[in-house]
Design a protein around this ligand. Structure first.
Ligand code: 4AD
Ligand code: MG
Length: 439
């Protein structure tokens, strides 16, 4: 019998090109329904899912016995003809002529009954094979590609930054300390400070890698290890920074809606709001305006403080598009941000957090950076930072300082928004949180 294709391995995603042909697939059987002389096997090979039908009358007794014997998650090699699905348009199935078990799987612990998230994440290595993780993590892959392509097209250099860092970038209470040949070092919270030095050579850089926050809180929005893309641009102010972020987020959404249709369908994601976000300009409002707005809506707000979870969710719901909350009180933001004093005498940071709708909350944090040597030095001293460790960082302001700005996008926050899953632990293959640290 002549199999197609003869020269390369065939994957389920390509079956549509082989209707009426005899094909061979290497796959796993994730489910099976048997009724007398006919069995329906649900198969997956990483690229997609397909149903295969086997009838006793069409196959030899060895093949029939093997299909009977096959357990859930057994690996197998099947041969058969690709035919249109008997009821779903644009879908295909396989009429099996030959079935071989590659490895007969032991009894699979993840069954058809509803398992709680604890059980699923204790068995994350196996749970990864289920449809929801498959769809979510393929969206993650698309987001990664979109970000990489966007920055490449925009003329950025990918300049990677170290994970072991001698100083803190964000809040010092959230540092993981490691013993580095007898000297304390910290796992990176963000590559930003290093990217600031790099733009003085390359103009525009981005990094992409794992970052770490010793988050004491147990929320559906926080991981202890997550992936962040930091971008940094020379000769840039905060308005230009927000324009760039808006274009990036729109690009990510557009690519995901175009290229992840099957994944979004599996997740039963209603994409109406995301589609609107591509078409409309994002909202931009000052921190005090946002607080005032929320006060008008019945919240008891603190004008001097960060946005609370409830406030971020309310703003996202109210506007239904991403909202840049600009110019937070400097006190609640990081030491490196450029500051100014407003007409009421409040010291503010030239910054913005980008709040996404649909309860996705803050997906980006960014700011213009302090570019004056003396102002930055004073701030480091005021916050009791070990100034000598930041000498190299101060140098950025000593030799040809320029206005510059940047931002960091949380990969998993972005994926959580697009996929619509409840908890951020779904958006990374092997999550690390205060309660999850294995497998
Ligand atoms: O707002 P953050 O802390 O900003 C920075 O780290 C800057 N140095 C970035 C920069 O300007 N280059 O973090 C950036 C983003 C947040 O907006 C959020 O999306 C995500 O990282 N993030 C987290 N994601 C998951 N779990 C956590 N614990 C996170 N903390 C921040
Ligand atoms: Mg932030």
């Amino acid at each position: 019998m002549k199999l197609i294709p003869e020269d390369k391995k065939l994957y389920i995603k390509d079956l549509k090109d082989f209707v009426g042909k005899q094909v061979q697939l290497e796959c796993w059987m994730y489910n099976k329904r048997e009724s007398g002389k006919i069995s329906f096997l649900q198969l997956r090979d990483g690229s997609g899912f397909v149903q295969a039908v086997v009838e006793e009358k069409d196959v030899d007794s060895i093949t029939w016995d093997e299909t009977k014997k096959a357990t859930i998650e057994s690996s197998c090699i099947i041969t058969g003809e690709v035919v249109p699905h008997f009821k779903e348009k644009d879908k295909f199935e396989i009429r099996i002529s030959k079935f071989e078990i590659a490895q007969l799987a032991a009894e699979y612990p993840i069954g058809k009954k509803d398992h709680g998230p604890e059980f699923l994440f204790e068995n994350r290595d196996l749970y990864l094979r289920s449809k929801t993780p498959w769809a979510v993590l393929r969206i993650r892959n698309q987001v990664f590609l979109s970000i990489t392509n966007f920055f490449h097209e925009e003329g950025f250099l990918r300049g990677d930054t170290p994970i072991l860092q001698p100083t803190s970038c964000e809040d010092t209470t959230e540092l993981f300390e490691v013993d580095y040949y007898g000297t304390p070092m910290y796992l990176s919270q963000s590559g930003q400070l290093y990217s600031e030095a790099a733009i003085m050579s390359f103009g525009k850089v981005y990094d992409f890698g794992p970052v770490f926050r010793a988050e004491k809180s147990k929320t559906r929005n926080h991981l202890s290890e997550f992936w962040m893309m930091d971008a940094e641009m020379a000769f840039y102010d905060q308005d230009m920074n927000e324009d760039l972020q808006e274009r990036l987020v729109k690009r990510i959404l557009k690519d995901a809606l175009e290229n992840c249709k099957q994944e979004l369908e599996i997740l039963e994601r209603d994409t109406t709001i995301m589609e609107a976000c591509i078409a409309k300009p994002f909202k931009r409002m000052k921190h005090f305006e946002a607080k005032k707005e929320l006060e008008g809506d019945g919240f008891t707000v603190n004008y001097e403080d960060d946005m609370t979870t409830e406030e971020e969710i309310a703003l996202g719901n109210k506007y239904g598009i991403p909202v840049f909350i600009e110019d937070y009180p400097f006190e609640v933001k990081s030491f490196y941000m450029k500051s100014y004093v407003d007409e009421k005498g409040v010291k503010r940071a030239r910054c913005a957090d980008l709040i996404a709708p649909e309860e996705a909350r803050e997906i980006i944090g960014g700011s213009q950076r302090e570019d004056d040597y003396d102002v930055l030095l004073k701030e480091l001293k005021e916050r009791d930072y070990p100034v000598s460790d930041y000498e190299w960082y101060l140098n950025v302001r000593k030799y040809g300082s320029v206005a510059h700005a940047g931002f960091g996008i949380g990969m998993e926050r972005m994926v959580r928004w697009i996929s619509g899953v409840h908890h951020i632990r779904e958006t990374i293959p092997f999550p690390r949180t205060i309660v999850l640290n294995r497998p």
